[in-house]
Design a protein around this ligand. Structure first.
Ligand code: UDP
Length: 328
């Protein structure tokens, strides 16, 4: 019997990589995506169902059709700048849509749920290594909306037996080494693809958002994880739930932070090309430093991030940019 997994946002960056790893692990990923920020071409590893998360009747039909063993919920708005400017969209789209999805999953008796949360739920913690027990105090509506969904999952766990693995991601970069899927956002707002597009002459200079932060070189520090390592953690999270181990939160980082300037230097080294850069003001809503321990994911899930070095992430993202694309 095929084991279907309902993957919301399976046509997006992280969701598409998760579908590849799920298929490799013997599951059938069923992508549920509205294609507003996702790409039809990214759905390569299982069936596609186009729909809105807020459409309960459509979700009910999809649960009935595929009888998924679990949900992986990636679909979300995820840009800090946009969340500062339009918080209502984040509360409506991320929180209300997730509520509809969770209620549909419970009604269908699909009680294993893997959720994409974020280090943006933490806020500023003055350079400490963040872990699952660090207090959460988000600085923007993106982080706040994800934290609300974490709380929602807990409540539905207590009331309806929903079992959730919540992954708090740090920054995600890189691409499938085979370049079957990769990172492609329109508009693009993320550092690594913007940087590589600037290097490749596809856009103007990269603007560094703030160089007066209290860090070693004045730019913000983030912990970058390779998207394939992250996708593998999701399959381990699913196995955890299927083994009946119950609800759990896991941070997915590497414990090593890179400043914006260090990422720029690494891209210069990997591509061997000049990097056009200009200095700009701070971006509102940005935390100074977000770096995680991943001891729990390593010890309990057996997670082994093998590709999350900065040169490898940049090299894979660069290969994808040269060789892969989705039609626009
Ligand atoms: N960043 C930057 N210029 C850009 C885009 C991002 O300096 O054009 C910085 C941003 O301020 C943050 C880091 O790069 O410190 C990573 O930002 P990104 O948007 O990729 O991810 P986020 O940390 O917001 O999830």
């Amino acid at each position: 019997m095929a084991r279907h997994v309902l993957v919301t946002g399976g046509a997006g960056y992280i969701g598409a990589h998760a579908c590849k790893v799920l298929a490799r692990a013997g599951y059938v990923p069923v992508t549920y995506d509205n294609l507003i920020t996702g790409w039809r071409d990214a759905v390569k590893f299982g069936p596609f169902e186009q729909g809105e998360l807020a459409d309960r009747a459509r979700l009910d039909a999809v649960f009935a059709r595929w009888q998924p063993v679990a949900v992986m919920h990636f679909a979300a708005l995820s840009q800090v700048g946009e969340a500062m400017a339009e918080p209502g969209r984040y509360w409506r789209h991320n929180v209300l849509s997730s509520l509809t999805l969770i209620e549909a999953a419970v009604a269908a008796g699909c009680l294993d749920f893997v959720f994409s949360s974020t280090c943006a739920t933490y806020g500023d913690h003055d350079g400490v290594l963040l872990d699952e027990n660090t207090p959460q105090a988000p600085l923007n509506a993106y982080g706040a909306s994800k934290l609300a969904i974490e709380n929602m999952l807990r409540d539905f766990g207590a009331a309806h037996g929903l079992r959730s693995v919540i992954f708090r991601y740090f920054n995600v970069a890189g691409a499938d080494p085979d370049a079957e899927v990769g990172e492609f956002h329109r508009p693009e707002t993320h550092l690594v693809p913007l940087l590589l597009e600037a290097i490749d002459g596809r856009r103007g200079a990269l603007t560094v958002f703030g160089s007066d932060y209290p860090t070693r070189d004045g730019t913000c520090i983030r912990d970058y994880v390779h998207v394939m390592d992250l996708a593998e953690a999701h399959v381990l999270g699913l196995a955890w739930l299927e083994a009946g181990k119950g609800s759990r939160v896991f941070c997915l980082g590497t414990g090593t932070g890179f400043s914006v300037n260090e990422v720029i230097e690494a891209a210069r080294g990997v591509t061997n090309r000049a990097v056009p850069v200009t200095q700009g003001p701070r971006r509102q809503g940005d935390a100074v430093a977000l770096v995680s321990g991943s001891a729990r994911a390593v010890a309990e899930l057996g997670w082994r991030p093998t590709r999350s070095t900065m040169p490898e992430m940049i090299a894979d993202a660069w290969r994808w940019m040269q060789n892969g694309h989705y039609s626009q």
